[in-house]
Design a protein around this ligand. Sequence first.
Ligand code: IYR
Length: 222
Amino acid sequence: MSEPVFQPLSSYQEYPPDEMERRAEAFYQALRRRRTVREFSDRPVPKSIIDHCILAAGTAPSGANMQPWHFAAVSDPEIKATIRVAAEREEQQFYQEKAPQEWLDALAPLGTDQNKPFLETAPWLIAIFVQRHGMLPDGRSVKHYYALESVGIATGMLIAAVHHAGLASLTHTPSPMNFLNRLLGRPANERPFLLLVVGYPAEGAEVPVITKKPLDDIATFA
Ligand code: IYR
């Protein structure tokens, strides 16, 4: 048991009310420009940008500050190609056998199918893993709390960081994703959570016409 150590909250920044209004609205306007993109350019993106986006994600709150995540960032064309082959194998089964009609109907407006060329085209794939428990250097296991919630929060922050940097992303979830452990050499205590495809959108990229729910539909105020 270690004693808590406290220090002054020196990083907090308060803004005058009108500036707060502007910032809250501006952040919403910035985030609402984010679109999930499925057509990527092969333009390279420097690793330093990805480093900072992952560092931003790593600032997320987590259960007991266990930080139960691992981000495996891949730019190596050969590894990307093997990920594509494995993911398309899963997707083929999904679209042709496993997915119930109701699910296929729900996906129809997005125009997705089993072909995932972006897994090779995009400069970066970030495989996000949840550590169901931690591992000390001596091999003992450490319990993680709210691991899925924590990694979900960190992933949201990663998506926002990537968008803020001026890049596009795609949340990709081939199911099951266990092949990512094998291909990326991740240990058995880690479970793939999501594959985030990151890069510039392809020139002339198009996105489906969809809408987001209005405030009244997503919030209640009492
Ligand atoms: N993993 C598949 C299917 C898919 C599922 C959902 I839920 C989506 O929002 C989008 C796609 C695929 O990537 O095509």
